[in-house]
Design a protein around this ligand. Structure first.
Ligand code: GZL
Length: 329
């Protein structure tokens, strides 16, 4: 059967269009993303933001929750490699142990973009870009706020001794957020003109969770009760758990024991408004848009900065009620 040239051209055109359309559908960028888990309000906000930003960016997101296990993250990254995703993104639960799997991604020519926490690798070319927060600076900000508050309010040691005694609830062992905040806090303390006025009585991991924060604070109170003047909790969830322990011990949080957290999540704003916490250093989880913008630039062959920090501030009880309605997480 003869098919007229015009009908043939129309048919070919339709096939091309459908093929082109099909290619357009196939060309949707596919991003494999390994999240560490759901250990805190902050993490949940970070996950929600990544998913919403993926929608806004029009990319296909393959999302994996590692349930707080590095081996699950490594397994997820290997799966993304076998699925030949366009970009691999992940939050390194701890700083080390990533070289081998990132070498596999590099051999597969899949760019890697790191979000939130930092990592230590033998070869920086194993990841293309890192988007996160300056966790060392967050630690410095926490101590500087304490030093200013103690000085301005002429806070005296509760036990009548010579030093303002501090206990620290650290984050997950080996996580850059814990390592960085500890480093920054200690650096700022050592640099303070009042450094001899402070003493760190104890510092122990609460693994960034409310439950562990409460348990470790209970043990601090059993050991040091009236010797504790300040708590620095390396995230707000642990601070909120510690507040429960302090109240159960018959002490007044934010009054008997000054409480400074990190993250600036809504739960901590509520505690500050209720007069149960003093301050929190913001750590911004809303990194999704910048992450997907960076992924697209990399796929377009554009150069991107190796490391970018998102903006963040410090909030205390004096402005908590006024700021709370503006908080996005
Ligand atoms: C910090 C982030 C930390 C938060 C915690 O960038 O990795 O992990 O401070 C979270 O709340 O668990």
């Amino acid at each position: 059967m003869r098919i007229s040239k015009s009908l043939l051209a129309l048919g070919l055109g339709a096939i091309l269009a459908s093929t082109t359309f099909a290619q357009a559908a196939d060309d949707k960028i596919v991003i494999g993303f390994s999240q560490i888990g759901a250990e805190s309000e902050w993490r949940t906000a970070n996950t929600n933001d990544v998913k919403a930003a993926a929608e806004r960016a029009g990319v296909e997101l393959k999302f994996s929750d590692a349930q707080q296990k590095q081996e699950n993250q490594i397994r997820a990254i290997r799966t993304f490699i076998s699925q030949k995703v366009d970009v691999i993104g992940f939050v390194p639960i701890v700083e080390t142990g990533w070289d081998n799997v990132l070498r596999e991604a590099k051999r597969a020519k899949i760019p890697v973009v790191v979000m939130d926490r930092d990592l230590k690798v033998s070869d920086d070319s194993l990841y293309v870009a890192k988007i996160g927060t300056d966790q060392v600076e967050e630690g410095r900000k926490a101590f500087r706020w304490i030093d200013e508050y103690v000085t301005k309010n002429n806070v005296k040691p509760r036990n009548g001794g010579k030093t303002i005694n501090i206990v620290v609830l650290e984050g997950t062992v080996g996580a850059s957020a814990a390592v960085g905040r500890t480093k920054g806090f200690n650096e700022a303390l050592a640099a303070s003109s009042n450094k001899d006025h402070y003493k760190i009585l104890a510092s122990q991991t609460g693994d960034f969770t409310r439950q562990k924060g409460q348990e470790v604070m209970e043990s601090f109170l059993k050991t040091y009760r009236n010797d504790i003047d300040v708590l620095f909790a390396q995230n707000d969830d642990m601070a909120l758990g510690a507040i429960q322990a302090i109240e159960a011990a018959g002490l007044k949080p934010a009054k008997d024991i000054i409480i400074v957290g990190a993250d600036a999540v809504k739960g901590m704003f509520q505690a500050m408004i209720e007069g149960k916490a003093n301050a929190t250093v913001e750590c911004n989880p809303l990194q999704g848009d910048l992450f997907f913008e960076t992924c697209k630039k990399i796929l377009n062959g554009e150069s991107v900065p190796k490391s970018v920090y998102v903006e963040e501030g410090v909030y205390d009880a004096s402005t908590a009620a006024e700021v709370f309605p503006t908080r996005k997480y």
